[in-house]
Design a protein around this ligand. Structure first.
Ligand SMILES: [Zn+2]
Length: 257
């Protein structure tokens, strides 16, 4: 696949968070975009494997609020970035035990949103746990209905547990625990064996629960394209624009567009 420069996309929330975090980084090689040279500012891949031109646009009613562990925005493989690419209303905040960003508190207090924390139910008091969202039927939706805002802890599992425990401002919100049936359906569809999903896969499951099946599929297909480009670039191999991952993204993005 040949690389033609695409106009730089407007930096989204994760991109901005990464830039802020890089500015604070003590390691200068990170600030240069890695020892191996140039990275595309729009997708973090090397220019020859840029996916900016493939970024799908799909309208979603749901929003995503990423609470990111300190190092997470710096990881080139972080998939919170992909969520922000696809879901227009994606917010991202760096998490710290000792401080909360005012922007996060304002977002959580915004009456337009119904925040739900996505976390395994077995670690939470049962009265807080929900397995489903009350999704209004299309067309019959009252104008005042709040939009779901999924709070995703973008971190390793031990970090996520700590973040969950030490964020008292999340205590008032319901906890969405993904049901085993939904998880196994997803594993079947994606030919996945384990249930250690990456953040963008969790977001996709949430979109599905919110009744946004096509957006969920687009995000999955986009993750596959990203993964393909990422791995091929690691091995310095080209990507074919018409391989199955690209064709699937094209198909699902068109259907939803
Ligand atoms: Zn790019």
């Amino acid at each position: 696949m040949s690389w033609a420069p695409t106009p730089p996309p407007t930096p989204h929330a994760v991109s901005r968070l990464r830039a802020e975090r890089l500015a604070r980084s003590a390691k200068p090689f990170l600030a240069r975009g890695g020892p191996k040279g140039e990275r595309c500012a729009g997708c973090r891949l090397v220019p020859s494997h840029c996916i900016c031109a493939l970024r799908p646009a799909v309208p979603t009613r749901a929003g995503m609020c990423l609470l990111m562990a300190d190092i997470e925005p710096l990881k080139p493989s972080n998939t919170g970035w992909l969520i922000a690419d696809v879901v227009a209303d994606t917010y991202a905040f760096g998490w710290a035990r000792t401080e909360v960003q005012p922007g996060l508190l304002a977002l959580l207090a915004d009456p337009a949103w119904q925040p739900v924390v996505v976390f395994p139910g077995e670690f939470v008091t049962p009265e807080r746990v929900v397995h489903d969202l009350a999704v209004p039927r299309a067309g019959a939706e009252p104008a005042s209905a709040k939009r779901p805002l999924f709070i995703l802890l973008d971190a390793t599992w031990p970090e996520a547990r700590k973040m969950f425990r030490k964020s008292p401002y999340l205590d008032r919100f319901p906890v969405l625990s993904l049901a085993p049936e939904q998880i196994s359906r997803y594993q079947l569809r994606r030919s996945r064996r384990d249930d250690h999903f990456c953040t963008s896969e969790v977001a996709s499951l949430c979109l599905e629960l919110a009744g946004e099946a096509q957006a969920a599929q687009v995000l999955d297909a986009y993750l596959d394209v990203f993964t393909r480009h990422y791995l091929q670039s690691k091995h310095q191999l080209p990507v074919a624009a018409d391989d199955p991952t690209h064709l699937r993204l094209q198909a699902v993005a068109q259907r939803s567009g």
